[in-house]
Design a protein around this ligand. Sequence first.
Ligand code: ADP
Ligand code: MG
Length: 333
Amino acid sequence: MGEFELIARYFTRPVRRAALGVGDDCALLLPAAGMQLAVSSDMLVAGRHFFADVAPHRLGHKALAVNLSDLAACGARPLAFTLALALPRIDEPWLEGFARGLLALADAHGCELVGGDTTQGPLNICITVFGEVPAGQALLRSNARPGDDIYVSGNLGDARLALLALQGQLALPAERLERARQRLEQPAPRLALGQALRGIASSAVDISDGLLGDLGHILQASGVGARIDTRSTMGLIAESAYETCATCAGSPLDPELVQQCTLAGGDDYELAFTAAPALRAAVAAAAQASATPVTRIGLVQARPGLRLVDAQGQPVRQRYASFDHFASPAPTP
Ligand code: ADP
Ligand code: MG
């Protein structure tokens, strides 16, 4: 099988919304009148973002999910995506699984594969997504205001827990590992919540590198600071991570692990966002309409910096940096 047969067999599908899909020199998109295009790219490199032996359908899912998560953070609705793929060799069972996982998530969100590039090389997947958002309504990182509440969707920590277990740093019962691993390998982008928060959230970001680090991007872009209540962030811990911390109670892992998982876990693909306190009911309605739990964890303040406080309002020392590709060791061997 050659390059073009591969593209035809695994990555060519009829398009419905795009004006032109795979097969020509360019794809053609037709954004609706009055909409802005929201565009984002994410690259996944074997050994850096995923274990080379991960199940291919899960990898296909994740490669698109991390991109859709960026659209979610902007409040955009997915339209289409392109796929640039470097493959060490043509492995048909692998390609079949990869395409299946990728296209199932694409179909679930009405996001069409309209083009890409295919080349031989070390396994590397780069997706660019295109979404649409009513002009001027995209959620940005830069509009958080002092006095705004800070929220996080869903729960945090299972992806980090699975990573620690897969790296051999922590032993987990098989059933719990599988649950945590699902979060690491097949995250669910919060698209419905992102769109429901248009006109409500003053800023938003998706959590890919860890809550504190990603929230830090909002604070920096908005020129503000924040106070985070660690009692409420404790409540964000995901089920498997919670069970693990409870099991380890008394061992040195316990408080360390809770904090690591909730504050600096990474790969969560939840949304962190801010909204004026007058809009608390609107936030709750958006959460309900999108069937996505949200938790209020703190307050935007004028003073720059991120301060963690305990239930008594006392400062909590923060030791957890979030992930930085050029400052941290590779997360996978
Ligand atoms: P060109 O040489 O003009 O860049 P290619 O020969 O690389 O075009 O690709 C042929 C067609 O197949 C193009 O429409 C391109 O967008 C599409 N394509 C290539 N690789 C992929 C892929 N992995 N997934 C989807 N479409 C792809
Ligand atoms: Mg090409």
